[in-house]
Design a protein around this ligand. Structure first.
Ligand code: GLY
Length: 366
């Protein structure tokens, strides 16, 4: 069991990582509940597996539960989805002092956190993430958003949860592909600033993907610790520190856009390919050695994650991919900052990347 704090002045919170924590869900969330009731927001897939047992435990502790179930998938993270959720909360008589529970993956956390930030000018929410990706990334740090016609996550706010409750055992029912995609974000933490953790991934990644409980708990704790400390240094991504968490994401978003944000390439897979591309582009710029980039590729390949254009199933030209990048929300003043690396675990923000050179690189990248 580990408790990790996100140290933020005024809105800090704890993250509990504990196998079996959901058995005692009522004990964990009770300190945050007013009005003896909670509003659970979840999706159809998660509801089928978890809503009943969790609701039963909360009711046993004397809480009234109302639940809102949305369709699984990105389409629920829309203006329409937000309107339905906020209308439902208002119909239920939700007050500012009430607490919402996001029970699900990244879509549910993002939608619920955003709704909480605007409902009656702001109420509280708790994250109970049920995918590996949500446990190690999206449930921590307070980025909340919906998608718009122009792209993903373009309408949103920073809104920190009151508490994050992570039970690695819920991952036992996660489909293999989703577990593997979430693992890409685990590897990311090694590549950002922790070469020893990347080494751990090389040695134990396959065990984690076989759902070894110790491997899962260790990797989740390491990932969340890294994320919590980076968020505490730069909550709103102003200094460049938090931007490190976007390693692989600029290349990755272009690949996701090219595949229409479809199930052909899910987010974690795109990030995996994007991280390998970032390392190989770093070799082109003379920042890191080819052997280091090959090490990244070899590890991703060993766990069946994409590590470039071909393995991501993307055939587009460099110019086409650059066009997707121009819609990236990180564009500032016509520049797109890229996360590059001086070596394993030595990611840095490069503000001066020439997009024509990226296009030329992508034209010859495998
Ligand atoms: N997923 C990147 C961040 O939370 O900043």
């Amino acid at each position: 069991m580990s408790k990790i704090s996100v140290d933020l002045a005024g809105n800090g919170y704890d993250i509990l990582v504990e196998a079996g924590a959901l058995e005692h869900v009522a004990t964990h969330i009770m300190p945050f509940v007013s009005n003896k009731r909670v509003f659970i927001i979840t999706d159809k897939n998660v509801a089928d597996r978890w809503l009943l047992p969790i609701t039963a435990k909360l009711k046993k502790s004397g809480l009234a539960i109302s639940s809102h179930i949305v369709a699984a998938g990105e389409r629920s993270k829309s203006w329409a989805g937000l309107e339905q959720l906020t209308d439902w909360l208002l119909d239920q008589g939700a007050e500012r002092s009430d607490i919402l529970i996001a029970l699900g993956g990244g879509v549910i956390g993002d939608l619920t956190g955003f709704a909480a930030s605007i409902l009656k000018r702001g109420c509280q929410f708790i994250q109970i993430p049920t995918s590996l990706l949500a446990q190690v990334d999206s449930s921590v740090g307070g980025k909340t958003a919906i998608n718009s016609r122009a792209g993903k996550n373009l309408i949103g706010r920073f809104n920190q949860p009151k508490y994050v409750l992570i039970d690695p055992l819920v991952l036992n029912s996660l489909p293999d592909r989703e577990l593997r995609a979430g693992y890409a974000e685990v590897v990311k933490y090694g590549l950002i600033n922790n070469p020893l953790f990347f080494e751990w991934c090389e040695q134990h990644g396959a065990n984690l993907l076989r759902r070894d409980p110790d491997a899962l708990s260790y990797a989740i704790t390491q990932s969340v610790q890294t994320k919590a400390s980076i968020v505490a240094e730069d909550e709103k991504e102003l200094s460049g520190r938090r931007a490190l968490l976007n390693l692989g994401h600029t290349f990755g978003h272009a690949l996701e856009a090219e595949t229409g944000y479809s199930s052909a390439l899910v987010h974690g897979e795109a990030v995996a390919a994007g991280m390998a591309l970032a390392y190989h582009y770093s070799v082109r710029r003379g920042h890191c050695t080819d052997a280091e980039a090959q090490r990244v590729t070899a590890h991703l390949d060993s766990v069946n994650l994409p590590h470039g254009l071909e393995s991501a199933g993307v055939k587009a030209s460099g110019e086409t991919l650059i066009q997707h990048m121009l819609h990236d929300k990180k564009m500032t003043g016509g520049n797109l900052p890229f996360l590059l690396a001086n070596g394993i675990g030595q990611t840095f923000l490069a503000p001066d990347v020439d997009l024509n050179d990226i296009a030329a690189f992508l034209d010859i990248a495998a």
